[in-house]
Design a binder for this molecule. Structure first.
Ligand code: SAH
Length: 225
């Protein structure tokens, strides 16, 4: 695969496509202006191979290497919206992938930490986000373990489909904070998840809400060299 975004140019044409994407997101129910303006600020085509340049603003997932995909724009917008945190909050992302969701969270004013288990993707996203001026902390590791040294987090956003809610992540959440995580829903089919919001309301008390079905690549254990 060619290097991600051989051409980092945000042209008039790209901005036009982005406006259309934003109209589409509004029509699909995204109402949070902070999310919409962050998605306007972060050029999605930078995070994709140049071959996808024309399609970068369509509501589609694309291959980003190592058998992984960048999430649909609607999915990124919806997960970002569900966090419902004030600017300056600490957010942990599981699954850095292309770095796009991470950049959107940075643009929303969060202090972002992100973990990726595929070395190849980590090696690309970390310097790339830095080059673009984002101050996120990117780690190579297993998201099931979270990042205890930087815990607690106000929000944890998981961008891969998990079989269940990882115990370690619950313990790294601030009281009042939320985990937004797609959980496998076998009754809906293979590779289908239900978007789940878990809110920590007390030291040992959590509430749970669901937000419809999505399709993600699987959350897998341990790191890959
Ligand atoms: N947020 C990414 C989405 C990438 S797809 C983006 O905006 O592009 C999900 C990512 O989760 C993949 O890169 C995959 O390698 C990663 N992943 C899967 N299991 C993981 C785990 N246990 N820990 C960390 N990352 C994981």
């Amino acid at each position: 695969m060619a290097s991600i975004a051989a051409h980092l140019q945000d042209t008039y044409r790209h901005r036009g496509m982005r406006r259309k994407m934003l109209d589409g997101l509004r029509q699909m129910g995204i109402a949070d202006e902070r999310v919409l303006s962050a998605m306007d600020e972060v050029p999605r085509h930078y995070y994709l191979d140049a071959a996808f340049d024309k399609f970068a603003y369509e509501n589609k997932a694309f291959q980003i290497g190592a058998g992984q995909t960048i999430s649909h724009p609607y999915t990124v917008a919806r997960q970002s919206e569900l966090l419902q945190l004030p600017e300056g909050s600490k957010v942990l992302e599981i699954g850095t992938g292309s770095g796009f969701q991470c950049a959107v969270l940075c643009a929303m004013g969060y202090k972002v930490y992100s973990i990726e288990r595929q070395k190849e993707l980590y090696d690309r996203a970390k310097p790339f986000l830095k080059q673009l001026g984002y101050r996120a902390d990117i780690f190579y590791g297993d998201g099931y373990k979270g990042k205890p040294v930087f815990a607690p987090f106000d929000g944890i956003l998981v961008t891969c489909g998990a079989p269940s809610i990882p115990e370690a992540l619950l313990g790294q959440l601030n009281i009042g904070g939320r985990i937004i995580i797609p959980i496998d829903d076998a009754s809906a089919g293979e590779g289908v998840q239900i978007m789940t919001e878990v809110r920590r309301v007390g030291q040992k008390k959590f509430t749970r809400q669901t937000h419809g079905h999505f399709a993600f690549v699987p959350m897998l254990a341990s790191r890959v060299r």
